[in-house]
Ligand binder design. Sequence first.
Ligand code: SAH
Length: 356
Amino acid sequence: MIAINDLDREEITRTLSELGEPRYRAVQICDWLYRRRATSFEDMTNLPLDLRRHLSKKFAIKRVRLIDEIVSPEDGATKYLLQLHDSLHIESVLLPHPRGATLCISSQVGCAFGCRFCATATMGFIRNLSPGEIVDQVNFAIDYLSHETPKERRQVLKRPFSNVVFMGMGEPLANFENVVKAIRIIIEEVGIGSRHITISTCAIPEKIVKLAELPYEIKLAISLNNPRDEKRKEIMPVAGKFALKEVMAAARYYYSKKKRFLTFEYVLIEGINDSPRDAQEVARLLEGLPSKINLIALNPFPDCPYRRPKASTITRFASLLEAKGRNVTVRKSLGSDILAGCGQLGTLANKLRHKS
Ligand code: SAH
């Protein structure tokens, strides 16, 4: 059955007008779906009974369901293990910050891109998330934070989250249509502005160009991880398909359309991409492009073949970039003690299921 919460307002309006219903019914339904997180048509008490009955025969409402919540004692980062209607699992992570928390959401179950340092990659690709499954991670978190999270913990967050980043499981640009539709619903119905939404990508140039054509100001983060194609290929197989020359051309195009700083994420891995020469080449690659480099020390996970560099190596890398005039931030990887750090989202639940 089609999930009505995979539809945007325009589609819901069209469906309702086919049933001879006035336009304002669509507004009411969107309110129930994307603000009040109704779980059934019965809840929609301001709709006529026969319309509720009719809709419930035609549509489902598919919600994500909380299975487990793990809070980091170190920094308050919270990992939510969520179950989908077909029993697969995904994860969202809430990352506290004094200036407003960030919710990190998933776009796929598993991932097809096989980055060697990434936990999700070890699951392989299972399926795309639907628009509703993406949006509902945001609605779930809003709901859960306002109603069910104990007050003491809410205070750690200072404010509810204000930013949404696609840095959870999956490659968002490989699920392009559903991600864009989800973003439209998040903007129009949930009320989070496109400037507060970031897409992080292993860099698929044609999709970056497509994203640049959209009328949104979504922030773009590109997972660089190595400044040379030959070396990048060793840790990111996608580099064998798209050369950095194409990636950088797409990134420049994105900047030319949006005029917003780009972010380049760089996971530092000991002995792989952390040398002074690597830093010099990163600086050269990004020359003239208004951007920020986000250095992330590798978060090892069980069976991860790599190690994170020493703190002094990370500092040296950052200083070399700064000396070349680049903007650098060293990301404190929140939640790494609960395996909720970036790229560590690969649930055991899915792995067991997928293997059986
Ligand atoms: N597929 C997208 C989004 C998911 S990964 C992408 O590639 O960007 C989100 C970020 O986490 C990426 O920048 C990725 O390079 C980083 N990452 C992946 N595995 C990591 C790990 N083990 N430690 C630290 N960062 C990691």
